[in-house]
Design a binder for this molecule. Sequence first.
Ligand SMILES: [Fe+2]
Length: 230
Amino acid sequence: MILVTGDTHRFTDFKKLKSPTLSHLTKEDYLIIVGDCGVLFFPNTDKEAIEEYNALPFTVLFVDGNHENFDALYAYPVEMWNGGKVHRLASHVIHLMRGQVFEIEGKTFFTFGGGLSIDKAYREPHVSWWPQELPTEEEIQEGLSNLAKHKNKVDFVLTHDCPSSLLSVVGLYSFKAQGGFLKFAKSNEALERIYAVLDFTHWYFGHYHIDQFFTEKFTCLYQDVIQILP
Ligand SMILES: [Fe+2]
């Protein structure tokens, strides 16, 4: 079984992963967090945090968001897993890197993390904020090239941010949840370029701290834990 949910922010929004409704799952099942996992954030206690995520009954997969310690994350070796590049933090805690196509339970998933921290002015570089949060041109090109190898068609898309063309409608719902801020970012532009070439069934994203279905194609997730569409 494959489930998907929104930001966990390390332990701030972790409770949803401990829900009794998930206790029957096994390590053969996957719970995907669409960014802001935050399991790597404070180096002094990261080890304990990873152990707690790894102790969940299911396998945790995550795309990166903007609240991740990218210096710590990128220090892990890159491995291939199910067709794409990952960082394996523990046996059952796996980071799905940007611009990759994975095959899981017979379905294809395109992943592309990253997003803008609207509060970065109040954060300290490489301590509580990391410039790697925004995608680079190289990562966008790698994503486009990997998609081309799949004829620009996947079953599902997993991102932290959303394409820019969706931003105005997302903003109608999330402006309050984001504390009155909503900023166009390079991540929106990158995802719009990907959206322009991509044929997909459904796109799941996080970042905006709302649980909302947009059109038939997009779902923003925060606290909801849902089964991926069949
Ligand atoms: Fe978040």
